[in-house]
Design a protein around this ligand. Structure first.
Ligand code: NA7
Length: 624
């Protein structure tokens, strides 16, 4: 944690040619004397002159206090607008919110540019979703070799994944290793939840306060708060009367939960419920799974990573990363370019069989139009339904577990490790909530419309307020006090999913309007961050003080996102992709479905075009 500075008084030489001020810090004892250049801009009257410091070199950064006032050679006191000499805060170039994969990568990039950067994280540990989702069976549904940072070839070579699909503990170990290896921890303030972020239009800075009472001033605010990090707080009537234990999968107790010999309920059959089911089934006395919608699930085809496979990937890792960057999904393979309808049935079955046994989530890319064309999709959906039939022995259960009524992939499919087979066990049962909904909790368990079921532990795996939940939870106020929640009343709007008009110098990573959950989210996050880092570096060189997404560009991007979504089958199905997971949430297509490769090209073109769609100002605009 940086010390909170009492504002130092500086003596300044005005260089009239360059409007630079060379300041001599008078604070002795706590900091070395330093020199740095200060850019000033004229506001309304001399008493409202503001100071903005942009350091000459990275070495000055870590101990750089905010200059709120200075005395020029003639002895006049200049004060930073709106500031007193005693105000305390941490002064930064960039404040990153969230210490998950994206936030730590943002820190690494910005620190590399010499930006004074801090990350604030609500938890007392880093890791983001991998810190919270510690439920049994939690693992990534993207292969470990691809769901890992690509910024360091040395890290890539040194880290040894043990399984094709890494478990949550292994991923958390990896993130911690990265934090230690690149010395990131010292820049992270843990147990610091952002309460409010407010744009100070006069200074062109974000003022961020945390629930812990810390206050920051930062030129740039980078929101890396995740897409699925605000769990739904599902409750049923009478829950407080229940004598057993209630646990949310997204907030799994760190000390673990002993489920052996217990009667356990899992509510929800998204990825979390699907991953947990076989593991809990092995441990619990009896497991009852409450399913509202049967979804498609594909076997993970998980396996230990052999030394040969590890060596083969590492020998060619750079190429694999490039292939992933050039693929639509960001997964480490180039998908088939053919339509499912232009090949013979035999060939299609052969290809599906191969993909089924190897690709996990990538099964959706066996043919290029599975998510675009209903007839193509039907061939994949039918194949999966046939596979489910082969995995569940009881005909009634089979019927209940088989997805119907929506095309495969239009809800995020799960990747499982024995989900269907778990229902062949005598200690596992299924409650179909469409037939027999939950009415209430009782002291002993759960009452459905058909029966009273006794439980010791009830686990909610009911998902998240996806995409916008974690962005709208804190109070974020842009220009003129406009609340982000107000701006996004009818759904999230942004330019490129990154910048929001009215919220200058604020950037969203992995948010709505970007490929995020329709891609290998880590890869698309790194793409965004590389682009943003270059953008901010250039802004620094050009003395740009304020970057703001243009209203027209924002409108154009939203239209583009919607047009691309309309080409797909996603809009046919109520899912969290379109905000259907929360009652009352605007039904808007959230992610960008144009693919990672295309998205990257757009970003590159925007950069080539001088960052078109963003207004770059050398002084903060008091009125936009
Ligand atoms: P998901 O995928 O959003 O799944 C949530 C599940 O919970 C889903 O089956 C829901 O049924 C069900 N649900 C939600 N609310 C209720 C209530 N009130 N009662 C019963 N069942 C309910 O979240 P996960 O945590 O499983 O996975 C999140 C992501 O992690 C996943 O997409 C991957 O990206 C990794 P529904 O389908 O809405 O009928």
């Amino acid at each position: 944690m940086l010390p909170l500075f009492h504002v130092p008084r500086v003596l300044a030489d005005h260089d009239p040619l360059h409007t630079n001020w060379v300041a001599q810090n008078e604070v002795q004892g706590c900091l070395p004397t330093f020199r740095q250049s200060i850019h000033m801009w004229k506001t309304k009257s001399p008493s409202e002159y503001g100071l903005f410091m942009r350091p000459r070199s990275g070495s000055e950064l870590s101990s750089r206090p905010l200059v709120n006032s200075c005395v020029d050679k003639a002895g006049s006191l200049w004060r930073r607008r709106g500031m007193t000499d005693t105000e305390e805060h941490v002064r930064l170039d960039a404040l990153v919110v969230g210490a998950g994969f994206a936030g730590l990568r943002a820190l690494w990039s910005l620190r590399g540019l010499g930006f004074a950067t801090r990350v604030i994280e609500a938890s007392d540990q880093i890791g983001g979703v991998w810190n919270f989702n510690r439920y049994p069976g939690a693992r990534c549904d993207v292969e470990s070799f691809d769901y890992s940072y690509r910024f360091s070839p040395e890290l890539e070579q040194d880290w040894r994944w043990s399984e094709r699909y890494a478990t949550q503990p292994e991923i958390l170990r990896y993130i911690n290793h990265v934090a230690d290896r690149f010395d990131l921890r010292q820049h992270v303030d843990l147990s610091t939840r952002m309460d409010e972020a407010r744009y100070d239009e006069d200074a062109g800075e974000w003022v961020v306060t945390s629930e812990a009472g810390t206050s920051y001033r930062a030129t740039y605010l980078i929101l890396a708060v995740g897409q699925l990090s605000r769990p739904k707080d599902t409750t049923y009537p009478g829950q407080e009367e229940f004598n057993g234990r209630v646990i949310y999968s997204a907030n799994w107790p760190r000390e673990g939960v002993d489920l052996s010999g217990k009667r356990v309920a899992i509510i929800g059959t998204g990825s979390s419920g699907v991953q947990m089911t076989p593991v809990v089934a092995r441990e619990a006395d009896h497991l009852t799974v409450f399913q509202r919608t049967a979804n498609y699930s594909i076997p993970a085809a998980n396996a230990p990573v052999s030394d040969e496979e590890d060596a083969a990937v590492k020998a060619n890792y750079r190429q694999r990363r490039e292939d992933a960057r050039r693929s639509p999904s960001g997964l480490g393979f180039i998908p088939n370019g053919a339509s499912a309808l232009e090949v013979s049935e035999e060939e299609r079955e052969r290809e599906y069989e191969k993909a089924w046994n190897r690709l996990g989530f990538g099964f959706a890319l066996t043919y290029k139009d599975i998510l675009l064309d209903l007839d193509s999709n039907k061939t994949a959906s039918d194949f999966i339904r046939k596979k489910i039939a082969g995995r569940v022995t009881d005909p009634l259960l089979r019927e209940k577990l088989t997805p119907e009524g929506f095309p495969f992939g239009t809800r995020r499919p799960s990747v499982d490790d024995g989900f269907y087979e778990a229902f062949n066990r005598s200690n596992v049962s299924l409650v179909d909530l469409k037939e027999t909904p939950i009415q209430e909790f009782t002291q002993a368990g759960i009452r459905t419309s058909a029966a009273d079921l006794p439980f010791d532990v009830v686990i909610y795996a009911t998902g998240f307020d996806a995409f916008t939940g974690s962005l709208l939870a804190p109070n974020i106020f842009g220009r003129g006090g406009l609340a982000l929640a107000k701006k996004w009343e009818a759904g999230p709007v942004s330019n490129l999913g990154i910048g929001v008009n009215g919220f200058p110098n604020m950037f969203i990573i992995g948010g709505p309007g970007s490929p995020s959950l329709l891609s290998n989210v880590l890869l698309s996050t790194e793409e965004q961050l590389d682009w943003l880092a270059s953008f901010l570096e250039k802004a620094g060189k050009d003395d740009v003080q304020e970057i703001e997404a243009e209203a027209q560009a924002e409108q154009d991007w939203v239209e583009h996102v919607n047009e691309r979504a309309a080409e797909t089958l996603y809009l046919m199905t109520p899912s969290y992709y379109i905000g259907a997971e929360m009652p009352g949430k605007p039904r808007v297509f959230m992610p960008y479905s144009g693919g990672v490769r295309y998205y990257r090209r757009i970003l590159e073109n925007v950069a080539k075009d001088g960052y078109s769609g963003f207004t770059l100002r050398k002084e903060p605009a008091l009125q936009a």
